[in-house]
Design a protein around this ligand. Structure first.
Ligand SMILES: Cc1ncc(COP(=O)(O)O)c(C=O)c1O
Length: 396
């Protein structure tokens, strides 16, 4: 039953007031300066464990230089939608770079990762088609399904029998698209691409993978999930964001040339929404180049992930099935989760709580993002803080 808007607003206001009184409000904190591995918040230096800046590229001199040069050449915006007057040479160069990076024929970019998922699913799937998604897929994938008019069904998280049950009953649909996250954004585990690819071939479905949290993270050289599994060609539609490891803004789809052309001429966010500012495109190109030129950043990230996760696990914390730079610290009840968050924030660790309904009931957690630029001392300091706080709260 619908609830009056004023009542919903009032309910939220009361909840926020209570959280602020109890000093349990950890959202909308403003960072004074670039978001590196150390940040300044309210005049205090904190170690950042909540950002997506996995490889630490935000302040990279080569990338900043590329951005400044693009502003000098192109100004601040593109002043048009891509299909009409909003395409510049730098957009074309970015799409060529993404296609090369992903080993695809071509690519198309959009103004955010969220919109990219909407664009892909609403353009590729219509009434009479079936989109099959993992229960823990990102919200933008779910919203794309809702907007597309296609039927959508979800399988139990990373459960291949559950996926096959849906595929085995899918003959009546014209097109079938399986959409998964490469790395799940709340749990940090990796999608079972080998099995998904096998099942997709068996049941004549296409595979789309959202690589928001896997570019620069998965694979020896950071090229993502196909490299991680050594499975070239397993993904039909590569989706990614330009807002995480690539610290710019936007999203992309990469795949076969004709499919990309179809998206460029049919996807509503490409036709009816302004193109990426050229500076954002130039920044992203430089980021892809740096990932390829400086593989040691990926090695550092993978070493830091091991250090942090092994440390937490040896104290008795449950980090779920994470194997990536997203490390959930499972607590359970909301009250204890907020208490832990407050204690570690008070000690200079910037980390955010993830609460129901963003995740299933009873699985409230803190979500840590490990960065390539954390020093070994940063991680040791965080582990020490978590140890003392966890013992004090009886969580470990
Ligand atoms: C898995 C996943 N897909 C898509 C998005 C949306 O990307 P963007 O923030 O670039 O719009 C996010 C953002 O958090 C994400 O985690």
């Amino acid at each position: 039953m619908a609830i009056l808007l004023e009542d919903r607003i009032n309910e939220l206001q009361q909840r926020l007031k209570k959280m602020k009184e109890e000093k349990n409000y950890f959202y909308l904190k403003s960072i004074d300066g670039a978001s590196g591995s150390r940040v300044t918040i309210d005049g205090r230096e904190m170690i950042m464990f909540a950002s997506y800046n996995y490889l630490g590229l935000i302040t990279h001199p080569k990338i900043k230089k590329a951005a400044i040069e693009a502003i000098e050449k192109y100004g601040t915006g593109a002043a048009g939608v891509r299909l009409l007057a909003g395409t510049t040479k730098v957009h074309e160069k970015l799409e060529a770079k993404i296609a090369e990076f992903k080993g695809a024929e071509d690519a198309v970019t959009y103004s955010s990762g969220y919109v990219t998922n909407l664009a892909a699913i609403t353009t590729l799937c219509q009434r009479g088609d079936l989109v099959i998604i993992d229960k823990l897929d990102h919200a933008s994938i779910i919203d794309g399904c809702l907007l597309s008019g296609a039927t959508h069904k979800s399988f139990i998280h990373n459960d291949m029998q559950s996926l096959e049950r849906i595929l085995a009953n899918s003959e009546k649909y014209v097109n079938k698209l399986i959409v998964v996250d490469a790395v799940y954004s709340m749990d940090g585990d990796v999608s079972n691409l080998p099995e998904i690819s096998r099942l997709a071939k068996k049941y004549n479905a296409k595979v789309m993978v959202d690589e928001a949290h896997s570019i620069g993270v998965l694979g020896k050289t950071g090229h993502g999930i196909e490299e991680h599994f050594g499975l070239k060609g397993a993904v039909d539609i590569h989706m990614g964001t330009l807002s995480k490891t690539i610290p710019s803004i936007g999203g992309y789809l990469a795949g076969d040339k004709d499919l990309i052309s179809y998206l460029k001429h049919n996807s509503r966010p490409f036709i009816f929404s302004a193109s990426l500012p050229p500076v954002a495109a130039a920044t992203a190109i430089a980021c892809f180049e740096v990932i390829e030129d400086e593989p040691e950043r990926i090695e550092n990230l993978q070493r830091n992930v091991k250090h942090f996760k092994n440390g937490l696990n040896s104290m008795g914390y449950n980090t779920m099935n994470s194997t990536t730079s997203i490390v959930p610290i499972l607590v359970g009840e909301e009250k204890e989760t907020l208490e832990l968050c407050k204690m570690v924030n008070d000690e200079g660790i910037f980390i955010c709580p993830i609460l129901f309904p963003a995740i299933p009931k009873g699985t409230n957690r803190l979500r840590a993002h490990v960065l390539a630029t954390h020093t070994s001392e940063d991680i040791d300091k965080a582990l020490d803080v978590f140890k003392r706080a966890g013992e004090k709260l009886g969580l470990i």
